[in-house]
Design a protein around this ligand. Structure first.
Ligand SMILES: [Zn+2]
Length: 89
């Protein structure tokens, strides 16, 4: 309850957003005017999938357009659901 299903949307030009969508409605990229296509469903995650404290030394950018900080021990971005690259070293 409360948390609605979010989807990953992508334009033909490759721009992506994550958002909730309403069935039957179409979405358009406001910057390019391209229509968005639904390319994936965002899987809800546990509230706290990381064992690390949310402190800057344990965080890195997830690398997606949302530019969210995520804990380094996570395999998937909790914000966009994207697989995170392996850490160097
Ligand atoms: Zn992300």
């Amino acid at each position: 309850m409360g948390s609605r299903q979010r989807y990953r949307l992508r334009t033909a030009g490759g721009r992506e957003v994550i958002r909730e969508i309403e069935p039957g409605r179409s979405y358009v990229d406001e910057e390019t005017g391209e229509p968005f296509e639904v390319v994936g469903k965002i899987v809800p995650l546990e509230p706290s999938p990381s064992d690390l404290p949310y402190a800057v030394e344990h965080l890195r950018l997830c690398g997606c357009s949302l530019e969210q900080l995520v804990q380094k021990d996570l395999n998937d971005c909790p914000h966009c659901g994207r697989r995170l690259p392996a850490l160097e070293g």
